[in-house]
Design a protein around this ligand. Structure first.
Ligand code: BES
Ligand code: ZN
Ligand code: ZN
Length: 483
C-alpha cells in the first residue's frame, strides 16, 4: 500500500474519501478549512463532534468523515488509532481506493499524531492473503493513502509511521504462516532474507553446530521432530552506536507446539499453535525496524527455533536434560518447551555482556488467564529505571505491561528430586514459575515478556486485527528509540 505525506489537497473526486482528523481544536475552524479546501458546496454535519465516525457525507460524491479524538479517560493516541481504524474499515466497506486524511490540530499536537496515523493505516489495512487462490477477490479496495499536514517534518513522520507499521506486519506475516511452510529452517531463512533487505547481519546455527555447542534444551525439544532446529543470531550495529554494551532481544521460536508427548488436548488448544513463534517474529520485526529507522543503538537478536512434536524420539516426561550452561533439568511436562529453548538462548546471551536482555515468548496459558489479550505479563530482575522505560513504551504504543513478582520463594516450586531444576512449577503462579525458570539462566539485567495473550487474537480487536498481531515490535522500537 502506498502511504505518503502531501502538503496540498488534491481535487475531490468520486474515488476518494476525505477524513478530517481533529484533535482538541476549535471545530469551527475545521469546518472553515473543509469548506475552503473542498471548493464544492458540501454540507457539513454539525453533530460530528458527538457522532464521530458515524457522520459520513455523500454530497457531490465527496465523502467527508469527521473524527474527534481525545475523549476523556483514555489516552489520546489510542483514540486516534481507533479512529483511524474506523476510517480505514469504512473506506474499504465503501469500496473506495483512495483516502485523504487531513490532519489538523490547533494545539500543535499534530506532529506526534502523524506518525501514529500513518502506522495505524498500515496496521488496519493489513491482510494475509498468501493462500487465497485469487487474492484480488479478497483484497481491500483501499490502495493509496495521502496524509495532509502543513507541519514541519510531516513527511518524515509519515514515513516513520509507515515503516514501523510495515515492520510490524512482517512479524504478523511470520505468525500467520503455518508450520507446513514456516519450519525452523524457513524461519531462519526468512530472517536472512530480511537481514539483507533491512541491513542487519544474520548468522544461522544449523543442527550440527547446535549439537557441538551442546544446547541441550533446544535439542531436547527438537527430538520428536523430523526437521532440524535452528538458532539464529541477528545483529544491528550502526557506526557510532550510543550504547557500549548491546541490547539483546530473545524470541521464542516454537514454530508449532503440539505439547509433545504431553500432548495438548483436542478442542481448539492446538489450532493456533503455529503462533508459538510470535516472540521470534517480534524480535525479527524489531531488527527490521532498527534497520529501517536507522536506530543508533547496537542490538542483537537471538531466535532458538524448532517445532515441538510427539515423534518417536521425542523427549519424555522424566527425562533429565543437560542444558547449554550445564544446568540439569528434569522434564515433567514436554509442553513446557518454550522455557527449555529460551534457557539456552538466555545462557548464550551472557557472552555479549548485555546492557539489558529482553525476551519475548508465548510462554504460558496462565498469562492469558491473568491479563487476557490486552496486556503483556512482565517479570524482571532489572533496575526500576529500566523497567519503567519499558513500561512507558508500553503505554505509548498501547501494548501495556503488567508486572508480576519474581520472589525468591517461587523457585522452591521448581525443585527436582534428581536434577537441578524441573521444568514445571505446578498450577499456582504458572507464569511466574516459568519466569523463575528463565531467570536461572541469566546473569545480567533482564526483562521477560510473556505475550501469550496479545500475540494472536481469535477475533479482531481494532487495528490489531485478527490472528497474528505483531505484538512486541512497536513496543521494542519505541523503547529503543527513547533509550
Ligand atoms: N505455547 C504454550 C503457551 C500458550 C498457551 C501460548 C496458550 C498461547 C496460548 C506453552 O508452551 C505451554 O504449553 N505452556 C504450558 C506450560 C505448562 C505445561 C506448565 C501451559 O501454559 O499450559
Ligand atoms: Zn507448550
Ligand atoms: Zn509453547
Amino acid at each position: 500500500m502506498d502511504i505518503k505525506h502531501i502538503s496540498s489537497l488534491p481535487k475531490p473526486n468520486s474515488a476518494t474519501l476525505y477524513a478530517f482528523m481533529v484533535t482538541g481544536q476549535n471545530r469551527k475552524e475545521l469546518e472553515k478549512m473543509a469548506r475552503e479546501n473542498l471548493d464544492e458546496n458540501i454540507e457539513i454535519d454539525k453533530s460530528y463532534c458527538e457522532e464521530d465516525v458515524k457522520n459520513f457525507h455523500f454530497t457531490n460524491n465527496i465523502k467527508v468523515l469527521f473524527l474527534g479524538a481525545g475523549e476523556e479517560g483514555q489516552p489520546e493516541a489510542e483514540d486516534l488509532r481507533m479512529g483511524i481504524h474506523a476510517i480505514i474499515n469504512q473506506t474499504n466497506d465503501l469500496k473506495i481506493s483512495r483516502l485523504v486524511i487531513v490532519s489538523m490540530d490547533g494545539e500543535g499536537k499534530n506532529a506526534a499524531s502523524l506518525r501514529d496515523i500513518a502506522e495505524t493505516c498500515v496496521l488496519s489495512n493489513y491482510q494475509f492473503l498468501t493462500y487465497k487462490t485469487d487474492p484480488r477477490k479478497k483484497e481491500n479496495s483501499l490502495k493509496k493513502i495521502s496524509i495532509y499536514s502543513t507541519d514541519k517534518g510531516a513527511a518524515n513522520l509519515v514515513k516513520e509511521g509507515y515503516l514501523t507499521g510495515t515492520v510490524t506486519t512482517i512479524a504478523r506475516d511470520l505468525v500467520n504462516e503455518p508450520v507446513i511452510t514456516l519450519t525452523a529452517v524457513e524461519l531462519a531463512n526468512r530472517a536472512e532474507k530480511l537481514g539483507k533487505e533491512f541491513g542487519f547481519e544474520v548468522e544461522v546455527f544449523n543442527k550440527k553446530k547446535i549439537e557441538s555447542l551442546k544446547m541441550g534444551g533446544l535439542l531436547a525439544v527438537n527430538f520428536g521432530s523430523p526437521l532440524p532446529p535452528t538458532f539464529t543470531i541477528m545483529e544491528w550495529k550502526p557506526k557510532g552506536a550510543k550504547n557500549k554494551k548491546p541490547i539483546v532481544l530473545v524470541g521464542k521460536g516454537v514454530v508449532y507446539d503440539t505439547g509433545g508427548l504431553s500432548l495438548k488436548p483436542t478442542g481448539n488448544s492446538m489450532d493456533f499453535m503455529k503462533s508459538d513463534m510470535a516472540g521470534a517474529a517480534a524480535v525479527i520485526g524489531t531488527l527490521c525496524g532498527a534497520g529501517a529507522l536507522n536506530l543508533p543503538y547496537h542490538i542483537i537478536g537471538l531466535v532458538p527455533a524448532t517445532d515441538n512434536r510427539p515423534g518417536q524420539n521425542a523427549y519424555t516426561p522424566g527425562d533429565v536434560i543437560r542444558m547449554y550452561d550445564g544446568t540439569t533439568v528434569e522434564v515433567l511436562n514436554t509442553d513446557a518447551e518454550g522455557r527449555m529453548i529460551l534457557a539456552d538462548a538466555l545462557a548464550y546471551a551472557k557472552k555479549y555482556d548485555p546492557e539489558i536482555t529482553i525476551d519475548l515468548a508465548t510462554l504460558t496459558g496462565a498469562a492469558v488467564i491473568a491479563v487476557g489479550t490486552l496486556g503483556i505479563a512482565m517479570m524482571s530482575n532489572a533496575s526500576e529505571e529500566q523497567k519503567n522505560k519499558l513500561k512507558t513504551a508500553g503505554f505509548a504504543v498501547y501494548e501495556r505491561l503488567v508486572e508480576l513478582p519474581l520472589w525468591k520463594e517461587y523457585k522452591d516450586q521448581l525443585k527436582s528430586d534428581i536434577a537441578d531444576l524441573k521444568n514445571i512449577g505446578g498450577r499456582n503462579a504458572g507464569s511466574i514459575t516459568a519466569g523463575k525458570f528463565l531467570e536461572h539462566f541469566t546473569d545480567y539485567p533482564w526483562i521477560h515478556l510473556d505475550i501469550a495473550g496479545p500475540a494472536f487474537l481469535h477475533g479482531a480487536e481494532g487495528y490489531r486485527g485478527k490472528n497474528g498481531t505483531g505484538t512486541g515490535v512497536r513496543l521494542l522500537l519505541n523503547f529503543i528509540e527513547n533509550y
